[in-house]
Write a protein that binds this ligand. Structure first.
Ligand SMILES: [Zn+2]
Length: 455
């Protein structure tokens, strides 16, 4: 059966590629509210064409969620979480081809959103389509949950999930993203980090001043620099008291998993143009820090004059944007309180904190059936063991719609080591897209079998 489905996918590769390129032509930039309705309409038509059903368009406080529940033979439910919004295309001058005109360059297809996340969204729909066409039915129930605000922090997804708990319920979920590593192995990720995004704001005089006044007027820029300096030591440890206290301790299993996970250090350094990693770390210590430890990162600093040449000014304001990537156990709201107390205790009561985003970390246990099914599928198809990462160093709203409701979630997809997500010249390899369709089709059967054995 599987071979027939693979043949069908091969025969229809241009058809599925057209689904993808048509979708990538729509500039669905949630941050600018562009092309969003058009995207929803496109998906409605695609569901109609592929499955003879219209998806439900579920309202949220912002962009709607496109949802569909397709019935299968067995009661098992596998859901797919994806998003139809993309990042803005800026800086447009660095694109070698137009961002919303999908272009074949060598063995790649280049377009904004193709790796993050339209390639995966379409590959998953195509897999379900191929199974239905070849076998006339689905072995298990499939749910598609496509949100339109992932790239702007999934601001309404938590409330959506609370409101539609029954709809999103599933035995397991396949998460939106996935990439090949530097060695060309498929990376399978079992979780995501959490996030606390804040802005620290310092203010002194009611207007910018001639810098001659620096003799007698305090500088908010210096003030902010000193506050920032109190957050971390020279070894990159966060100095906020209690910051590390709630972290779920690592088990032997976690450390074993980390051992099997690999980072191509040399390739990665070359790719990034850096000479060494933080603290000159390498090997297990490097992996441990990257995967299992939280961060305190300055995303941007601004104060006074930063243009060309000189301007002698004493700024009246200074602002820094900071993101903390959190790990399981760390609650964003508690971390925010700890940050406030830390600033207060160090005499920075005047520094205002503005919050921009909070997400809770999520990790699926490796013993979950969906993990076994994904690993088996990828290994069988690629004839290589996948590179399993306990959680990616990045963040997503996985907890909000999966772990919070007891749904295990695993991520793998059609991106590659140089997919340039969120950056100019975003791309996927065309063969990875076709392979991705086949692996998802294969997974649906494998997971169905694993779950049937249990019952
Ligand atoms: Zn993204």
């Amino acid at each position: 059966m599987e071979n027939q489905i693979f043949e069908y996918i091969d025969k229809h590769r241009d058809y599925y590629l057209k689904w993808l390129t048509d979708f990538c032509r729509i500039p669905s930039v949630a941050a600018q509210n562009r092309g969003m309705q058009e995207s929803v309409k496109y998906l409605e038509q695609l569901f109609d064409e592929a499955f003879n059903v219209y998806p439900e368009i579920l309202a949220t406080g912002g962009q709607p969620v496109v949802f569909s529940h397709l019935q299968g033979k067995e009661g098992t439910i596998l859901s797919f979480y994806n998003h139809y919004d993309v990042q803005p295309e800026d800086p447009i001058e660095l694109w070698k081809t137009p961002p919303f005109e999908p272009t074949v360059v060598g063995n790649k297809l280049v377009a904004r959103g193709i790796a993050d996340n339209k390639g995966n969204l379409i590959a998953r729909m195509a897999a379900v389509h191929a199974i239905k066409k070849v076998t006339g039915e689905l072995p298990i129930d499939i749910k598609f949950i496509f949100e339109g605000e992932e790239e702007i922090g999934s601001i309404n997804l938590g409330t959506f999930a609370e409101n539609y708990q029954e709809k999103i319920q599933a035995d397991a979920c396949i998460w939106e993203f996935g990439y090949k590593d530097g060695e060309g192995r498929i990376e399978v990720s079992l979780g995501v980090k959490g996030l606390l995004y804040v802005e620290l704001f310092a203010k002194e005089a009611n207007t910018d001043l001639h810098s001659a006044n620096a003799t007698i007027v305090n500088s908010p820029a210096w003030r902010l620099v000193k506050a920032l300096n109190s957050l971390k030591d020279d070894q990159d440890r966060v100095l906020i008291p209690g910051f590390y206290d709630d972290i779920t301790p690592l088990t032997d299993e976690d450390l074993e998993m980390l051992q099997r996970y690999s980072i191509e250090e040399k390739k990665l350094k070359e790719h990034l143009g850096i000479k060494q990693f933080v603290n000159d770390l390498t090997g297990e210590e490097l992996k441990k820090k990257h995967i299992y430890e939280p961060t305190c990162n300055i995303c941007g600093i601004h104060s006074g004059y930063t243009g060309e040449g000189s301007k002698t000014v004493l700024p009246s304001e200074a602002v820094a944007k900071i993101d903390f990537r959190l790990v399981p156990g760390q609650q964003p709201n508690k971390m925010l309180q700890l940050l406030r107390s830390h600033l207060d205790e160090n005499g920075f009561t005047d520094i205002e904190i503005r919050t921009f985003g909070e997400e809770i970390a999520a990790r699926t246990h490796p013993s979950e059936k969906i993990v076994g099914a994904v690993l088996e599928t990828v290994e069988k198809y690629t004839k290589q063991s996948p590179n399993v990462v306990p959680n990616t160093p990045g963040t997503g709203p996985m907890y909000e719609i999966c772990q919070k409701f007891g749904i295990p979630s695993v991520s793998f997809g059609v991106g590659n080591f140089t997919s340039y997500t969120h950056a100019p010249n975003e791309n996927i390899e065309i063969e990875d897209f076709i392979d991705g369709i086949k692996m998802v089709a294969s997974l649906i059967f494998t997971y169905g079998k694993v779950m049937a054995q249990q019952n």
